[in-house]
Structures are given as C-alpha cells and as structure tokens.
Design a protein around this ligand. Structure first.
Ligand SMILES: C[S@@+](CC[C@H](N)C(=O)[O-])C[C@H]1O[C@@H](n2cnc3c(N)ncnc32)[C@H](O)[C@@H]1O
Length: 209
C-alpha cells in the first residue's frame, strides 16, 4: 500500500473530502468549462495543457498520491491557477462530482494496459465507460485516448465506431500514430524510446443522443 505523503498545495483536492457535485465555479473562481484528465501520473501533460488553455478549468485526477504531489508541484512551479489535482478513482469521482453534459474534453493517456488476456476486463476504457463519458461530455466535447499498448489501442479504436454518441475526428482513420501539437507524456516517451508506436484515438461528442 502506498504511504500517503501529505499534500499541502492549494491546487490539491482529496476526492474523499469533496462534496457531491462541488461548486466548480467557486473552486476555480470563474465559469470556464471543465476538462478532465484521467490518470495524470506526474502531471507533465496536465501542466502543458492547462498552461496552453487558460480558458479551461483543468481537473487532473489520479489515485496515485505521489503522482498527485508531483503534479501539484509542477503546476505550482508554472504558476497555474486553472488546474486542480484530485486524488480519487476516476469512475467514482465522475459519478459523484461531475455534472452530466459539463465536460469540454476528456484525456486518457496511457492507461494501465492490463496486458494479459485474463486481466483485460480490468481495463478502464471499454464500451461501458465510453458510454458513461458520453453522458458527461458536452455536445462537441472531445475524447482523446492514447496508449503505448497496441492491442489496447486497436481494441478501443475498433469499438468506438459503435458508439452512436460520438463522431470520429480522425476519420477515415480509426487511429493515428501521431497527433499534431499533442504533448507527449512520460509513458509515451518511455515506450517511444523502446520503439513502440503510440495509438491516438480522437472522438467528438455529437449534438444529438
Ligand atoms: C501507466 S500510468 C500513465 C500516466 C500518464 N498518463 C502518462 O501517460 O505518463 C497510468 C496512471 O493512471 C492512474 N490510474 C489508473 N487507473 C485509474 C483510475 N481508475 N482512477 C484514477 N487514476 C487511475 C495510475 O495511478 C497511473 O498514475
């Protein structure tokens, strides 16, 4: 079990202490749209994106305490105000704390691959989870999924066209191995250095359904 180093950062939120449907406008001090990154790791991607989009309220979530600590420190070094780092399990956080139709974008980068066939049911991204995300994204909201694990990437890319509430931004491609301007995460860089290709999947919530 991970030893929980205390995190004394104004940017940190412990999921267990959050109210149901927190007043995000009050927390961020503005009414900008919420963006959610699931499994932010050390926060490299989160900080780049929050700095690039001052008009987003960026929620970086991970249940890994040391990752939350590193993400807070990095965001503080960059002087960011538009990010909060939440230590929580993503699915329970979304259902408790996010209003349906409120997310401008969701980023899921290199989620744990659970590579063995018998472990695959533990993967975060599957049809049920994507259908849930459709409810929480606003019309026109973006869903990005990236993975260093080809089998996971191809599974998700082949499942997505069945999701009626999404359109494929990369059509006719189901996935690409590069996306312009998309920051590389720690895990992406590690696997790219080992010669693995990254699978990038990008869908958009449609206006209907
Ligand atoms: C393989 S790491 C990738 C980290 C980072 N996104 C990157 O690409 O460098 C996956 C991260 O997702 C977090 N994670 C996995 N499942 C999660 C869940 N259900 N809720 C919150 N965090 C999760 C893990 O703690 C870990 O930090």
């Amino acid at each position: 079990m991970e030893t929980l180093l205390p995190i004394h950062s104004p940017l940190f939120l412990a999921g267990s202490e959050l109210d149901e449907l927190p007043a995000w406008d009050m927390i961020f001090g503005n009414q900008h749209p919420l963006v959610l990154e699931i499994g932010c790791g050390i926060g490299d991607f989160a900080v780049t994106m929050a700095a690039r989009h001052p008009d987003w309220n960026y929620l970086a979530i991970d249940f890994y305490n040391k990752g939350c600590l590193k993400t807070c420190r990095r965001a503080e070094r960059f002087g960011l105000q538009n990010i909060r780092v939440v230590r929580d399990e993503a699915r329970s956080f979304i259902s408790r704390c996010i209003a349906k139709g409120s997310l401008r974008a969701v980023f899921i980068n290199c989620p744990d691959p659970w590579p063995k066939r018998r472990q695959r049911k533990r993967r975060l991204v599957n049809e049920a989870f994507v259908a849930t995300l459709a409810d929480y994204l606003m019309p026109g909201g973006d869903l990005y999924f990236t993975t260093d694990f080809a089998d996971y990437g191809i599974d998700v890319a082949r499942m997505m066209p069945r999701q009626r509430q999404f359109e494929n931004v990369l059509a006719p491609d189901l996935w690409r191995h590069d996306l312009d301007q998309y920051p590389r995460t720690k895990y992406m860089l590690k696997f790219m250095a080992e010669g693995s290709a990254i699978h990038f999947v990008h869908y958009r919530r449609t206006n209907d359904g």
